[in-house]
Design a protein around this ligand. Structure first.
Ligand SMILES: [Zn+2]
Length: 366
């Protein structure tokens, strides 16, 4: 029976996705060898093949993205982030793990972000980077420019969902803080993690990092950032992330960056063909039907959705509609729908846009 076979394939993919998800979740509850064998960023199993096995990777609302002027919209309601519990005691121990595609520090539930639409509780942080010959490994880019590396601090919506697993496929499931890393002076705070790399060189190895003030890893200005709705940047690429990308980078020394680029391996200690852990960043994704909101003024920010408002061009104010289909996309999580096209390319919901006296400045009403 063809349908039955197809359903079984989808079920297998769903289970594979859940296993992989523990990369951002409670990895310690799973043996690393079962995780994400297909998760590589280049080669025959590279990111271009992800959609074949993880349909959301080929869908909408994907991350990372390039942050450039014609998708940006200033939003005066974006407040400085309030980080609670980030200042940890040195007697706390944080688990450090090489999971085969990044180096990850587990974070306690006492750390959370207070002033987002929900309370988002920390679960882990990890890094993305390039290689020693091309130290341009950030995931997000600004005007096409990569930074040397990027730190992600992953939080889940603990107000609505009981744990990371329950939050993972919900549109408001995650909030991730993204911090650009650039070459500059030696950074003693990052060294509190980097100094342990020798103990987690190979996949599956674990170490302990004494607690410190995690906020030291962030830029000083918590009030200047980009905000948009996107996805996990690794399979299963669920569009479940409220992204905050800080405007200003933090700096680490050339030697520290080199340690990040050369110390770690994707492979296990006993693997006869060791594989360096490099270039573990996803390339920027299409950015349609979305805006990036910015908390700071940066010149004249045009409204991307102006193309939907053409009929109103001659007016100085008015209302028009533009389509979104994120809610529809989540219906694809229902396996019974998966035998059809996973992301129905139909626009099911309309949002109002008010065009102010300056036609370049649009504002969402709903
Ligand atoms: Zn990441």
């Amino acid at each position: 029976m063809p349908l039955l076979v197809q359903d079984r394939v989808w079920l297998a993919l769903l289970i594979a996705s859940l296993h992989c998800y523990y990369y951002v979740g409670k990895a310690s509850t799973w043996a690393p060898i079962t995780m994400c064998p297909l998760l590589t960023f280049s080669g025959p199993d590279g990111e271009t093949t992800w959609p074949q096995k993880y349909p959301f990777c080929g869908g909408g609302f994907q991350s990372p993205i390039d942050l450039h002027n014609n998708i940006l919209q200033y939003d005066s309601t974006l407040l400085p982030l309030e980080l609670v519990g980030y200042n940890m005691s040195t007697t706390d121990q944080l688990p450090l793990t090489n999971n085969g595609h990044s180096v990850r520090v587990g974070l306690p539930p006492t750390m959370y972000i207070r002033n987002l639409p929900f309370q988002y509780t920390a679960t882990q942080l990890h890094l993305h980077w390039g290689n020693r010959k091309k130290p341009e490994g950030s995931e997000h880019t600004i005007h096409g420019k990569h930074f040397a590396a990027e730190l992600h601090i992953v939080h889940y919506n603990a107000e609505k969902y009981r744990d990371v697993t329950a939050a993972m496929d919900k549109s408001d499931g995650f909030a991730v803080l993204a911090i650009f890393i650039e070459i500059g002076p030696f950074n003693p705070s990052y060294e509190k993690i980097f100094s342990h790399f020798q103990n987690v060189k190979y996949k599956g190895q674990k170490a302990q990092v004494p607690g410190f003030n995690i906020q030291e890893l962030l830029p000083k200005k918590l009030n200047e950032y980009y905000r948009y709705e996107g996805s996990l940047t690794t399979p299963p690429c669920y569009p479940s992330v409220l992204w905050t990308v800080f405007r200003h980078p933090v700096y680490i020394s050339e030697e520290q960056l080199l340690a990040l680029e050369t110390a770690l391996y994707c492979t296990r200690l006993d693997d006869p063909k060791p594989l360096e852990m490099v270039n573990n960043f996803r390339h920027v994704q299409e950015f349609e039907e979305r805006l990036v909101y910015v908390s700071f003024h940066e010149g004249n920010v045009p409204c991307k959705h102006l193309k939907f408002c053409k009929s109103l061009k001659a007016k100085t104010s008015g209302v028009c509609f533009f389509p979104v289909f994120k809610d529809k996309m989540f219906q694809a999580l229902n396996p019974s729908l998966w035998k059809y096209k996973p992301f129905p390319a139909i626009h099911t919901k309309k949002f109002k846009i008010k065009i102010s006296s300056d036609i370049l400045d649009c504002k969402e009403l709903i």
